[in-house]
Design a protein around this ligand. Sequence first.
Ligand SMILES: *Cc1c(COP(=O)(O)O)cnc(C)c1O
Length: 300
Amino acid sequence: MIINQEVTPIQELSNPIFEQNGVRLFIKRDDLNHPAISGNKLRKLKYNLIKAKEQGHTKLLTFGGAYSNHIYAVAAAGAEFGFETIAIIRGEEHLPLNPTLSFASSKGMKIDYMDRTTFRQKDNEDVLEKIKEKWGDFYHVPMGGSNDLAIPGVIELATEIKNQIPDLNYICTACGTGGTMAGIIAGSDKDTKILGFPALKGGEFLAKDIDQYLHLHQNNELPDWELICDYHFGGYAKKKPELLEFIEKIQSEYQIELEFIYTAKMLYGVFDLIKKGYFPKGSKIVAVHTGGLQINKKGE
Ligand SMILES: *Cc1c(COP(=O)(O)O)cnc(C)c1O
């Protein structure tokens, strides 16, 4: 199976606060990698799709929330690369389907629901066995798409970035499960520091998950990394007026669309850290646009 990916562009932003603080900021436009399998979700799926094909699977099954970028991406990837897809959604069915699930369903994805209590145990063998009785054999893509096979796809992203900006000092990314951050760490040079911005409150716990995703990559000399946990704006999918204003400002000044769950919080944090003088003078900073813009669509 061949998954064609063009190298996504990198765009430098200009702003007086960057000049005042002596830094340069670049956005890795990974949101432009594919119209539907956007940003980091395609990076993380790539080697899972290849493995699924190798093992002769015809069905992908995954889990997610009703607005999940991952569900959207798996539905589109299944249609494009020839897999049936099944989504197990947390909670009850709500009709009509929201734009995310309605897109997924239009791509042929079968949608099933699981109560929140069982959903918490979804990775247990007996729960997976029950699902197999209902849906037959499948390749299990974990919720959010992060697993060991997600990492090599994200390493390719980090490799692109270092070819585009050879002597960069920082790479910044939003974090949900931490899989993307782990891949960027695994794929970056020792003298680049990786900053992760958790989209949820209390994101400190992600450090151990990130370490876990890195367990196959500990032989390499890994760069330093840090979780910056101050920009969750109240918690996962919570928004505040200053975040929405920031999204509008970035749209009008740079023609870059952000969404409020991940990318806006991360970039808001990067701008704020620049203003506060966090980055030494002369720093070259890359912020990764991890995509996810389907959430902004209000339906066709
Ligand atoms: C899923 C997602 C993330 C989080 O990625 P993880 O690998 O789970 O940390 C970040 N940004 C966007 C746009 C996403 O859709």
